[in-house]
Ligand binder design. Structure first.
Ligand SMILES: NC(=O)c1ccc[n+]([C@@H]2O[C@H](COP(=O)([O-])OP(=O)(O)OC[C@H]3O[C@@H](n4cnc5c(N)ncnc54)[C@H](OP(=O)(O)O)[C@@H]3O)[C@@H](O)[C@H]2O)c1
Length: 253
């Protein structure tokens, strides 16, 4: 049985991945949609034409992951695509944000993604894909968004290394690194502080970011960066010493 697994499918880009892949993919038997909000996943399933299995679970819950491991084994699936979208960010100074919320970014954005990728790999075949939601926040350290940026640097680094490791198996990993995207992400992110005003001018739609990510994954690109401003930011972050950029950011925060 060919399956596509998407975490964070109840909202934003995860939801958009489900809709675009539902419309564009053939030879898929089931979509497995993962998030904590069952009602939102049920609503999404109604909008899709493929068969959907709803897995209402927390990606940080080890027991739920054990159940998923068992399910993969019992159903003897081929995972054609794994999309790791579940995640959140908190804007604000490290010392001002609460510890639990910050540690939660590590377990959700990094640990959950790592564990699920590890569980799915034995069920992948040549031409399978992993699509991991990193962020342009991965390009350099970000004061005022420190833990989130660090988790996304982890996701980007892991994805690129895995892409190299799995190359001989013809399994391809893409790190998706968008700038700000117009989703519910900011409802949580801005609880502790506002995003930089400049980011409002480069806000992208989830439709465009996901469309680009799917194309880049198809063409086996290791990194997907949507929009010219974000590509320039990426090159800028590679060319200019991070020390100088951080000094510049001191003036903004
Ligand atoms: N929006 C942006 O500006 C932006 C930019 C770059 C990267 N990203 C990254 O893109 C990814 C998707 O974000 P989004 O913008 O689509 O935000 P979103 O609309 O808030 O979606 C986040 C998704 O993650 C799920 N989720 C969060 N914690 C979870 C957990 N512990 N277990 C299972 N599911 C969990 C949420 O579902 P439930 O609440 O139902 O569990 C939701 O479906 C995130 O990794 C984010 O860091 C976002």
């Amino acid at each position: 049985m060919n399956v596509i697994i998407i975490t964070g499918a109840s909202s934003g880009m995860g939801r958009e991945f489900a809709l675009q892949m539902d419309a564009g993919f053939t030879n898929v038997d089931e979509f497995w949609l993962i998030a904590r909000r069952q009602d939102a996943l049920e609503q999404l399933a109604k909008e899709m034409s493929h068969k959907v299995r709803i897995l209402a679970m927390d990606v940080t819950d080890e027991y739920a992951m054990d159940d998923l491991e068992q399910l993969l084994y019992e159903e003897d699936v081929t995972v054609r695509v794994l999309v790791n979208c579940a995640g959140y960010g908190l804007i604000g100074k490290f010392e001002d944000l609460d510890m639990e919320g910050q540690l939660g970014m590590l377990t959700t954005n990094c640990e959950g993604l790592t564990r699920l990728t590890y569980l799915c790999l034995p069920y992948m075949r040549p031409n399978s894909r992993v699509i991991n939601l990193a962020s342009s926040a991965a390009f350099m350290p970000q004061s005022g968004f420190a833990v989130y940026a660090a988790t996304k640097a982890y996701v980007m680094s892991l994805s690129r290394a895995l892409n190299n490791e799995l190359y001989k198996k013809h399994i391809y990993v893409t790190a998706v690194c968008p700038g700000p995207v117009d989703t519910a992400f900011f409802d949580i992110a801005e609880k502790g502080g506002e995003m930089l005003a400049i980011k409002k001018y480069v806000m992208a739609t989830p439709e465009a970011v996901v469309d680009k990510a799917l194309r880049d994954s198809y063409f086996k690109k290791e990194v997907s960066v949507y929009s010219l401003p974000m590509k320039l930011f990426w090159w800028w972050s590679k060319l200019v010493p991070h020390k100088l950029i951080l000094l510049f950011l001191r003036g903004l925060r």
